[in-house]
Design a protein around this ligand. Structure first.
Ligand code: 3PY
Ligand code: MG
Length: 256
């Protein structure tokens, strides 16, 4: 089976960097796949895309060196299985609030006897190879998002769930539910303490810890603090920021 670059990166002791796709388009997905990232995550929760478009995006990512991941909109076993059947090598599940939900999430991604994933890996076989079934459970990465007070309070139990590879912090939702507002680069002491608790819980169980970040510089800061799956913002935000910078530069020629 084709290897998972995120697992390879972790085996070397490195921090994996994932791109994040909010734009539902296969051409931009392919372009981002050539940016040097280890993996590219299609965001089905807040991204402007649907399942059919996701399939084309996963096909486009397959033509690049990056490994395809999907963030599903919620812990829906049918959608998790569809994303995996479509060739996702990693799934990120938002709003995991307790160990029961974490176990349901993991079960949907593993074949029996360890889980209840149904057999039918249509594109999984094409992308992964003919031995997909034998290796899928060990190759696929499963990250549960901790982004609520409930999830935070249960984080030690969540990271203990067998088969879960790690947790991924959504700093905006976490800040919101802690009553501190949204902040991609949190500075509030309560939010920072919550993030440190998540990291310590994950590392205590030898699980991985990731976070969505507003920039590469912030992602580098967190990876220096032990985070090993970082996302330096989304395609849409990069496109907007880069375009705005060029427009500002162009206006310097002759101010209106
Ligand atoms: C959050 O910050 O809440 C996220 O879900 C980032 O994707
Ligand atoms: Mg969120």
């Amino acid at each position: 089976m084709r290897p998972n670059k995120v697992r390879e990166c972790w085996e070397r002791g490195g921090a994996a960097v994932s791109a994040w796709l909010s734009i539902g388009n296969s051409y931009s997905a392919e372009m981002i796949g050539w940016s040097g990232v280890d993996c590219v995550t299609v965001d089905l929760q807040h991204g402007m895309t649907d399942v059919q478009t996701m399939i084309g995006m996963l096909q486009a990512i397959s033509a690049t060196p990056a490994t395809p991941f999907v963030r599903v909109p919620d812990c829906d076993p049918a959608l998790l299985m569809k994303a995996l059947d479509a060739g996702a090598y990693g799934v990120i599940c938002p709003m995991i609030n307790d160990a029961v939900q974490a176990r349901e999430f993991v079960a949907a991604t593993r074949y029996p006897p360890h889980g209840d994933r149904s057999f039918g890996p249509s594109r999984g076989l094409l992308y992964g190879g003919p031995d997909y079934f034998e290796h899928a459970d060990r190759t696929i990465v499963r990250l549960a998002m901790i982004e609520t007070v409930a999830g935070l309070e249960a984080v030690e139990e969540i990271v203990s769930v067998d088969g879960l590879d790690g947790i991924f912090i959504g700093p905006n939702d976490l800040g919101l539910t802690l009553g501190k507002g949204t902040a991609g680069d949190p500075t509030d002491a309560t939010v920072l303490a919550a993030i440190a608790r998540c990291r310590d819980a994950a590392q205590g169980q030898k699980k991985h810890i990731g976070m969505f970040c507003p920039s590469g510089a912030v992602a580098a800061r967190w990876s220096a603090q032990g985070f090993d799956f970082v996302v330096p913002n989304s395609d849409a935000n990069h496109l907007k920021a880069a375009t705005a910078a060029e427009v500002r530069a162009a206006r310097e020629g002759r101010l209106p």
